[in-house]
Each structure stands twice: as C-alpha cells, then as structure tokens.
Ligand binder design. Structure first.
Ligand code: DP6
Length: 335
C-alpha cells in the first residue's frame, strides 16, 4: 500500500490590532469580550511545516532552530490534537516553525504562529477548510491568530453563540486597498515578556476597575475604525488606534498586581511621536503586550519619521510594514 505523505507548509503574516482584543468571556473556547480590528502585516511572518505520521510516538517541535519543550510544546500539541478531533485515528507530528522576528516580545508571534500551524496542520491532515473555519480553529490556539488567516484589514467579530461558531475574522478591505498606510515597528527590547497576554488579560478582567469602561467604548471604536479604513481616513484611523491602545494599557496598569509592558524607551518614542505631530508630521503610536512601539504613518512621511526614531539611541532596530496578504500554503518544506 502506498502511504500518503501527511505533510504541509504554510506562511502566515502577523497582525497589529488597531482596536485591541483584551479579555475573554470563555477561556476554554477562546471567546473574547469584545470585537477587534487589525491590519495584517507584510513583513512579519511565520513559516511552519507540519508532518503527521503513524510512525511518530510523540510531538516534536522546533521553533527558530531550537527544540521546544514544556508549555510551548503543550500548546502546539493541544492544538494539533484539536485539529484531529474528527479523525478516526490520532497521529503525532513533527513541527518546525521559523519567524522572521523575535517571539514573545509583543510582536504577535502567537498570531502568525497559530495561523500558520492551523493552515499547515489541517492541510497535512487532508482537510480543505474555508477561511472562516480556519479562523475559528486558529482562534482556539491564540485569539489574535483568528485575524492572521486573512489579509489586508480585518475584523474579528466577537460573536454571541455559546459554542463560538460565530466568533471569527472577516475581511474589511483587502491588502491592495491602502498601500500607503505604513507602520514602523521600533524594537526596544527582544527579551521575552514576563507576563503573557493570556495571563495578563485574565488578571485584568478579574481586577481592573477600568475594565467595564474599556468595554463601554469598544464597539464605537470598532465602528469608527471600520469607517476610517474604508474611507482611507488616516487622521481618524490614527486617533482611534492611539486612544484605543492607551485605554487598553490603562486597564493593564490598573490590574492587581500591575502589568507594565512599557520600558522607559517606549515612553521616549511615544513622546517623539507626539512631538513629530506637533511639528506637523502626522503619525500615531500603538502598543501591545510588550515594550515595542509601533508608529502608524503615511508613506510620504515614512523617511522623515524613520530617521527621527533611528537617531534615538534606545531603538535597537526598526521594521517597516505595510498591509499584507492572507495565510497561504507553499510547496517548499522546512524539513
Ligand atoms: C495586546 O492573542 O496573544 O496583542 O488569545 O490568550 O493567545 P491569547 O492572547 P493573544 O492576545 C493579543 C493581545 C494584544 C491585542 C490584540 O492583538 O488584539
């Protein structure tokens, strides 16, 4: 009998939330308290190869050349078990994953990671799923991964059904819609963060007195952000994104014990952005669960802003991103 090779490779881009997801209403099914909006990024990605075989006796995972164990391996194994829920026979797999940016430093490595793992894993199992199905499955690995399945500008609809079947991402506009929209990722530290998004958001929901206020304004932010994207209104997009990020960080800061992802360098860059704006160069900042500051600007101002932030000693590196495409399968495997 000819054995079919159960192997596939996928690439998924990371994404930056313009209206953030922070807090779950159901942590088993990974259902969020609020909808969120993101831009898929062309220049931050993860490539993952998955091979299932009856001959493997355990899951083996390599991330960026290093064998992964413990919690990291467990999360991936649980996800690949989930993908096989409807398979008559459960198999183990070898997984190799490479990202072109530091992981766990607030650059959404779990978003591109779980989107690529879901696409490669389901294809290796012979499943051909729709984008909606892939988004729902990716969500189970990491909430933000539900958005990385799609390209361009994306909304993760929170949904209301108990089984989570209506909590998935949809595309607002495709990546070619607004190519001038640019993002400068300033790398301040590549150290892995001490508080994961998962643990952090759960603690915020439980203890921050500002969490309800966060939820009160989110649907209006989502609506305005969708309008800003569709109409290519940069001022509206920037204002909502910056304010939304600060509101999320206010809930983090008022969590008990406090969650402070900001480093002093983060604050210096945020102030530089405000200064640039005062001087007439329009740009806005956003930040996630890590110290890196991401600057939103238009292509025409990219060089000016880039040279200003490069002058700051605290910036170790910068990565320029534009709207990127959806997760895709490729023929070249990592092993
Ligand atoms: C601050 O998707 O990493 O980046 O669902 O627990 O895996 P889990 O969390 P994750 O959280 C992302 C939080 C954020 C905001 C966002 O991307 O919307």
């Amino acid at each position: 009998m000819v054995m079919m090779l159960m192997k596939a490779t996928a690439i998924a881009n990371s994404n930056i939330a313009l209206v953030k997801y922070w807090g779950k209403r159901n942590s088993d099914l990974m259902l969020p308290h609020n909808s969120s909006v993101s831009m898929t990024l062309d220049n931050l990605n993860t490539m993952t190869t998955v091979e299932f075989s009856e001959n493997f006796s355990e899951y083996e995972l390599k991330i960026n050349g290093k064998t992964a164990k413990g919690e990291e391996l467990k999360r991936v194994a649980t996800h690949l078990d989930l993908l096989q829920d409807s398979s008559p026979q459960k198999r183990f797999a070898k997984i190799m994953s490479e990202s072109n940016f530091p992981k766990k430093a607030g650059l959404a490595s779990s978003a591109s990671g779980f989107a690529a793992l879901t696409l490669a894993g389901t294809k290796a199992l012979g499943q051909n799923l729709t984008l909606k199905e892939l988004s729902i499955l990716s969500r189970r690995g990491s909430g933000s991964a539900s958005r990385s399945i799609l390209g361009g500008f994306v909304e993760w609809i929170k949904g209301s059904l108990l089984d989570g079947s209506d909590s998935h991402a949809i595309q607002i506009e495709e990546e070619g819609h607004w190519p001038e929209l640019s993002m400068i990722v300033t790398i301040i530290s590549t150290e892995e963060k001490k508080v994961s998004s998962r643990a952090g958001m759960s603690q915020t929901v439980k203890t921050s007195p500002f969490y309800d206020a966060w939820l009160d304004t989110i649907e209006s932010d989502v609506e305005k952000m969708k309008q800003a994207i569709t109409k290519k209104n940069f001022t509206l997009l920037g204002k909502i994104a910056e304010n939304n990020a600060l509101k999320m960080h206010a809930t983090m800061h008022t969590t008990i014990p406090p969650i402070l992802y900001w480093e002093s360098g983060s604050l210096s860059i945020m102030k530089e952005v405000l200064k640039l704006r005062e001087e007439g160069t329009e740009c806005y900042f956003t930040m996630d669960a890590g110290p890196q500051v991401k600057i939103l600007c238009q292509q025409k101002d990219l060089e000016t802003i880039k040279s200003r932030v490069t002058e700051l000693d605290l910036v170790k590196d910068i990565i320029i991103c534009h709207p990127g495409g959806e997760a895709r399968l490729i023929e070249d495997h990592l092993f």
